[in-house]
Design a protein around this ligand. Structure first.
Ligand code: ADP
Length: 482
């Protein structure tokens, strides 16, 4: 397969129903080869302003459409995404690096949000409230927020878009998306499929270009009423402050620092199997990736031996190679961060049990790595490594591990492995986290609320609450004569 042979491949921006180019271009790289694979337009503030104007115009009619109509178009988009799964997965694997099987699974996951919100579109309801005054009737209706903007990251080039676009369009909002500069091609192909599904011009627009300029226009333009962002806490809090001046609605899904806790009474083989899935998916570049692994002393040896075996069986390689189970990191900066975290841990007394090297002098490759005896102040425990590194920390008591788990500004995901239901209840009550996996490492689903607490963000995506983020409540109080 090549990009030229893929009918949905697009390297222009989708603006007001047209594929638009610009003189300035931005290169897109293959993280395996580090070669330029495409050029996309580098647009800025003036194109963003025009797109917002067009989104505002489109909103005036889109908001009038029936929920059934919007559900029908979303269902069609869902069908087209699944039909184009192999093309989308190929584009994603080439621009992002993840193994083809993982890319394909992400397309299923991305599509599941579209289906979910197609159905949720029809379940947006109001309320009639009882009143203390017999001459009043109190009614609450829900209406779309208005023009929305989304800024998305490179680690899930499809799902991070559908998770925001589908509820926005389902509720009657219009949306302008700026995908990450590393992975615009999957986004643009999804835009082509949305066009084929029949969404009118301006309802969904996709712009590529200068993040800062586009972000500043999105956040300062009063016609945009909501921003949804997934990315780093640093940029999330910057965008939040930019949104403050005209009090836009905002959803933020930011960094994590997920603890993975294994108790003595757990099934060690299950814990290892689930850690492998949660940690090494996307080479550790997921915001819910376990960042630090706490193992109770009684199972430490058994857990460690089994984990070394599983890690050394991983096959590092190009995402398109069929035997690859772990791909490259996204760029050189990501590799440098991993190296820095490992060197820091070693300097603080940690030992490398497997991996620890960059296998080639160039390329964004890094071996899956296991570190032991990692102290609590090591960078790989304190910060999100976003790479294929597992730092092991041994603990003895519940109180100790609860303290360690919560000793972070973040609170996105946590995992715990225990066969004692009382212990599970105690720990889940104590851990500050938006999501908790109990005896499982795979927690995301379209019908579940995804999001964090503390510096990990605001709001939830997915679930029946996901559409609420795109709706405003309007309370109407009717007075009538007796
Ligand atoms: P990462 O470091 O993982 O790339 P970022 O938070 O920098 O995470 O990026 C997430 C998204 O935010 C990307 O689409 C990126 O282009 C965008 N972005 C980065 N800086 C800014 C900015 N100053 N304003 C708006 N968007 C930004």
């Amino acid at each position: 397969m090549t990009f030229q042979s893929i009918s949905i491949f697009r390297d222009k921006c989708l603006l007001n129903g047209k594929w638009c180019d610009s003189k300035e271009k931005m290169p897109v790289y293959n993280p395996s080869s580090q070669k330029v694979i495409a050029q996309v337009p580098s647009m800025g503030a003036s194109e963003t302003k025009q797109a917002i104007r067009d989104a505002t115009q489109a909103f005036s009619t889109w908001k009038q459409t029936s929920p059934m109509h919007r559900a029908k178009l979303l269902s069609e988009w869902h069908r087209l995404i699944l039909d184009a799964k192999s093309s989308l997965a190929y584009i994603m694997s080439v621009e992002q690096g993840k193994p083809l099987a993982e890319a394909s699974a992400e397309i299923d996951y991305a599509a599941s949000y579209v289906l979910w919100f197609a159905e949720e579109a029809m379940r947006v309801q109001g309320e009639v409230l009882s009143s203390a005054n017999p001459h009043q009737r109190l009614i609450v209706t829900r209406s779309p927020v208005g023009v929305c903007a989304a800024i998305t990251p490179w680690n899930f080039p499809a799902a991070m878009i559908t998770r925001k676009v589908a509820p926005a369009l389902a509720s009657g909002c219009t949306m302008l998306v700026k995908p990450a500069q590393q992975t615009p091609l999957t986004a643009l192909a999804l835009g082509e499929l949305a066009t084929q599904a029949g969404f009118p011009a301006g309802v969904l627009q996709i712009i590529t270009g200068e993040a800062k300029d586009i972000g500043e226009e999105m956040t300062s333009n009063p016609q945009v009423r909501k921003l949804s962002f997934t990315g780093s806490t640093k940029i999330g809090s910057l965008l939040m402050s930019q949104c403050a001046h005209d009090v836009k609605k905002i959803s933020l899904e930011l960094g994590g620092n997920a603890p993975f806790i294994v108790f003595n009474n757990s099934d060690v083989s299950v814990a290892v199997e689930e850690l492998m899935k949660a940690k090494f998916r996307n080479a550790g570049q997921t915001c819910i990736s376990p960042n630090r692994v706490y193992v109770q002393s009684g199972v430490k040896d058994a857990f460690t031996q089994s984990l070394i075996k599983a890690i050394t069986e991983l096959k590092l390689g190009d995402g398109l190679e069929p035997e690859t189970t772990i791909g490259p990191l996204i760029d050189e900066a990501a590799v440098q961060k991993v190296i820095h975290h490992i060197e820091n841990a070693k300097a603080l007394g940690a030992s490398v049990l497997c991996g620890g090297n960059r296998p080639l002098a160039d390329g964004n490759w890094f071996e899956p790595t296991l570190l032991d005896n990692v102290p609590p102040n090591a960078l790989c425990v304190v910060e999100e490594t976003f790479g294929p590194v597992v730092p092991l920390v041994t603990f003895d008591s519940e109180q100790e591990v609860i303290h360690l788990a919560n000793d972070t500004p973040f609170g996105l995901a946590a995992y715990l492995f225990s066969s004692d239901i009382h212990q599970v209840e105690r720990i889940t009550n104590e851990i500050d986290s938006g999501m908790i996996g109990i005896n499982t490492g795979v927690i995301s689903a379209a019908n579940a609320p995804f999001g964090g607490v503390k510096a990990s963000g605001l709001g939830r995506e997915g679930a029946h609450t996901g559409i609420e983020e795109y709706l405003e409540m309007k309370y109407q109080c009717y007075g009538f004569k007796a």
